[in-house]
Write a protein that binds this ligand. Structure first.
Ligand SMILES: Cc1ncc(COP(=O)(O)O)c(C=O)c1O
Length: 425
């Protein structure tokens, strides 16, 4: 049984007390899309706006100084949470922006080099004959930026396939990754299948050919202990809103060496060293990647989220979710007609559980679940190629977090049975 006092914790999240659809208790099973926020995080943002709000890194007055300190303190807290140094952590809008920032470094250096304007690191210049490797289970956020990069540069996009039971086809590695591979980018925990990938194995294959290694940790940093430096990758991206933080703040961690070598993404104020009409030079990372007035209140809220998570402990959260995943897999598989899309056991697996119900479209399932107060996501979950791989147009997906318990699993299973009864399948 889980060791978290979920009933007490639920009280920290005001929204979880909501009644929905004909006065039903809300059963929130959509934290993979976005998590709910505890009062502690809401208060931190409000306190910042009420007492310290100003433009960080600009202005000579006391509030500007306090806003700068609040922003940089938040960076330190979030960096420490993942075992990083503060100056290796870039605040972005979300993980999608973090990954675009990375991909843009290559297209920017490549475009500049075409007319002799890139005198930086040649590893960022790619083109025809090179290849970029992703996997078939990527979220669109970790697929489209690399597709675009391939289209802009003439490099080839390749991918590692999936096994029938929802794992990476590691036997593809030798065939797909070769001496022309420049980038290997893959997800830590799949948002649709729940699979937790073997980062060391993927990173070793990429490193063996000198490729950059990027990890999409959107579904791992919120759910398990992650130490970015021990992963053996060059860069890691994740979103604040999936880990109890506010929307509007994401993270990019990369080695200092990589951040120094990368060209900027967005340009403008606050990311410069000197500016002349002809040309400008850029600030050091992380500011080089934070053009404009940054998301200060959101970073402050994210730091509060980290404090909240740390008080509970990431290992305990991971164990708690493991129990919920096991219970959900068992309860769903007991229902005739339900098929799990993804690993059916809890080995190397998180608590994102996707499934289909025979003779029912996922949207119909979702609607009945919603009528019972059970909030899940239906659709392709921004991982359309993975749906195609398993021959389904969409799935119903339940995702669990620290504020869910076994009652929520039971509500999910009961609502799925109710959907079958309603549609008489
Ligand atoms: C695995 C994964 N990668 C990337 C993203 C994109 O995150 P965001 O929309 O916050 O940028 C998500 C969001 O669902 C995700 O689950």
């Amino acid at each position: 049984m889980s060791r978290l006092d979920v009933a007490a914790m639920k009280a920290d999240f005001p929204i979880l007390a909501r009644r929905v659809r004909d006065d039903r208790a809300l059963v929130y099973l959509d934290s993979g899309a976005t998590s709910q926020k505890p009062t502690y995080v809401l208060d931190a943002e409000r306190e910042y706006y009420e007492h310290h709000n100003a433009a960080a890194h600009r202005g000579a007055h006391q509030l500007a100084e306090e806003a700068t300190i609040a922003f940089e303190d938040a960076r330190r807290v979030v960096a420490t949470f993942v075992g990083a140094e503060a100056d290796e952590l870039v605040f972005t809008k979300n993980a999608t922006e973090s990954i675009n920032l990375l991909a843009h470094a290559f297209s920017s250096a490549t475009a500049k080099s075409a007319h002799g304007k890139w005198d930086g690191d040649p590893r960022f210049v790619i083109g025809v004959g090179d290849n970029i490797v992703v996997t078939e289970m990527e979220h669109h956020a970790n697929l489209l930026p690399w597709q675009e990069l391939a289209d802009k540069t003439g490099a080839e996009l390749r991918w590692i396939g999936l096994t029938d039971d929802g794992r990476l086809e590691y036997s593809d590695l030798d065939r797909v990754i070769d001496e022309h591979t420049r980038v290997v980018s893959f997800v830590h925990q799949s948002n649709i299948l729940g699979t937790v990938n073997d980062v060391a194995r993927m990173a070793a294959a990429a490193r063996a050919v000198g490729a950059f290694v990027f990890l999409d940790a959107c579904q791992s940093v919120p759910h398990m202990p992650v130490d970015v430096k021990s992963l053996g990758v060059d860069a890691v991206a994740w979103s604040g809103h999936k880990m109890l933080g506010p929307t509007g703040v994401g993270c990019l961690w990369a080695t200092r060496e990589l951040l120094d070598a990368m060209p900027p993404f967005l340009t403008g104020g606050s990311m410069i060293e000197t500016v002349r009409m002809e040309r400008s030079t850029f600030a050091k990372a992380p500011m080089k990647f934070e053009a404009g007035v940054p998301n200060i209140a959101q970073a402050v809220g994210l730091a509060a989220a980290v404090e909240y998570l740390e008080r509970i402990g990431m290992q305990r959260i991971a164990e708690h979710e493991h129990v919920l995943a096991e219970a959900a897999l068992a309860a769903l598989q007991e229902i005739d007609g339900v098929t799990i899309i993804g690993p059916t056991n809890t080995v190397e697996r998180g608590s994102a559980v996707s499934f289909t119900v025979r003779d029912l479209h996922p949207h119909d399932v979702g609607q009945v679940l919603d009528a019972h107060g059970v909030a899940v996501r239906v659709g392709h979950h921004c991982a359309w190629p993975a749906c195609r791989r398993y021959g389904v147009p969409a799935t119903t997906r339940a995702t669990f977090y620290l504020y869910n318990d076994l009652n929520d699993v039971a509500s999910l299973a009961a609502a799925v049975r109710a959907a079958q009864r309603f549609f008489e399948v």
